[in-house]
Design a protein around this ligand. Structure first.
Ligand SMILES: [Zn+2]
Length: 330
């Protein structure tokens, strides 16, 4: 908790800024205190390792933040990961701090050396564990997403002289689509869809909207559901990122560890992207352990919160998972 406090005192830390550099320097100092071999790679990711060992099992996360961030996103995975690696001291274990995660995972995408397995502990950033009364959760997959737009053409006209009957109001059609998108996503388990931007043309208070462009963000836990969701939403010019399933052996080690620390074993998909998804896509068997988010699950907000008890439990579960993975017991 003191280390989280020290990181929070550095303020906002955008990727590759002097503030992120300062956070990495702090973490490098803790790694040296823990007796780890410290190195920095070409993407300026920071890695602390226990020397030796034939099987490289890494944990970690990121220390960059969004503007006006909370104090747990990323930092918790680094601080708890370092604690677990220091306690175990087993050859082959490492803790990695990836650069610039929030703006698109530049660090993990640029990571050249890949471990044999990767486990990331992270605050959930949502309300699922809170609502299920579970302190910990094992991530099944990191959702894929399709982003694009949907355009509605109507006929612009005088707001006063055009009768209601026969109007071609593009915004009315777009409004119906927003409601339909909610129904479509609600009907697919684990799927979400969001319209976040509305552009209305010509945009006059006394003009019937002639053209409306909506932004659409659609996410689902696996490729099949993402296909169904994207097709039903008729997204134009879709840009797609595939879902990243977590590795079964890492999930098994996590489930065993969660049960061993006496917590209920709950599995859930991650609606947010993470470095673990980048590593999974690169072929590294990866897994994630979520820690309950309090305050309704709020994240990317200073009100983001996890309890000391939940963090202690998560660190114990991470330690057990890393031990099993590095000794190759799964
Ligand atoms: Zn994060």
């Amino acid at each position: 908790m003191e280390r989280l406090e020290q990181l929070a005192a550095l303020g906002d830390r955008i990727g590759y800024s002097p503030e992120e550099d300062a956070a990495h320097e702090l973490a490098a100092g803790w790694m040296r205190q823990a007796g780890l071999d410290v190195s920095v790679d070409a993407a300026r990711n920071l890695i602390g390792r226990v020397p030796g060992g034939s099987r490289r099992v890494w944990t970690g996360s990121h220390l960059d933040t969004v503007p006006r961030a909370g104090r747990f996103d990323g930092t918790l995975g680094v601080v708890a990961g370092l604690e677990a690696v220091e306690r175990l001291g087993l050859p082959g274990l490492g803790v990695v701090v990836f650069r610039d995660e929030e703006r698109g995972c530049a660090g993990s995408r640029g990571c050249v050396e890949l471990p044999d397995a990767y486990v990331e502990l992270h605050i959930e950033q949502g309300p699922t564990l809170l609502r299920s009364d579970a302190p910990l959760g094992v991530v099944t997959s990191i959702v894929g997403y399709v982003r694009g737009r949907k355009t509605f053409e109507g006929t612009a006209g005088h707001a006063g002289t055009t009768p209601m009957a026969g109007r071609e109001d593009a915004l009315v059609a777009a409004a119906e689509y927003v409601l339909r998108a909610r129904e479509i996503a609600s009907a697919i388990e684990g799927a979400v869809a969001t319209v976040g931007q509305v552009t209305v043309e010509p945009g006059g208070t006394n003009v019937i909207p002639g053209r409306v462009v909506l932004s659409v963000d659609a996410r689902a836990p696996d490729a099949e559901r993402l296909d169904a969701l994207a097709a039903a939403l008729e997204i134009e010019e879709p840009v797609r990122t595939e879902p990243s399933p977590m590795a079964e052996d890492v999930r098994l080690a996590l489930r065993d560890a969660v049960a061993a620390v006496g917590a209920p074993v709950l599995e859930l998909p991650s609606g947010a992207g993470h470095d673990a998804g980048i590593l999974a896509t690169a072929g590294v068997p990866s897994g994630m352990l979520f820690v309950r988010s309090l305050n309704g699950g709020i994240s990317h907000n200073p009100a983001e919160l996890s309890s000391e008890d939940d963090i202690a439990l998560a660190t114990d579960a991470l330690e057990r998972t890393l031990r099993a993975l590095v000794l190759n017991q799964h």
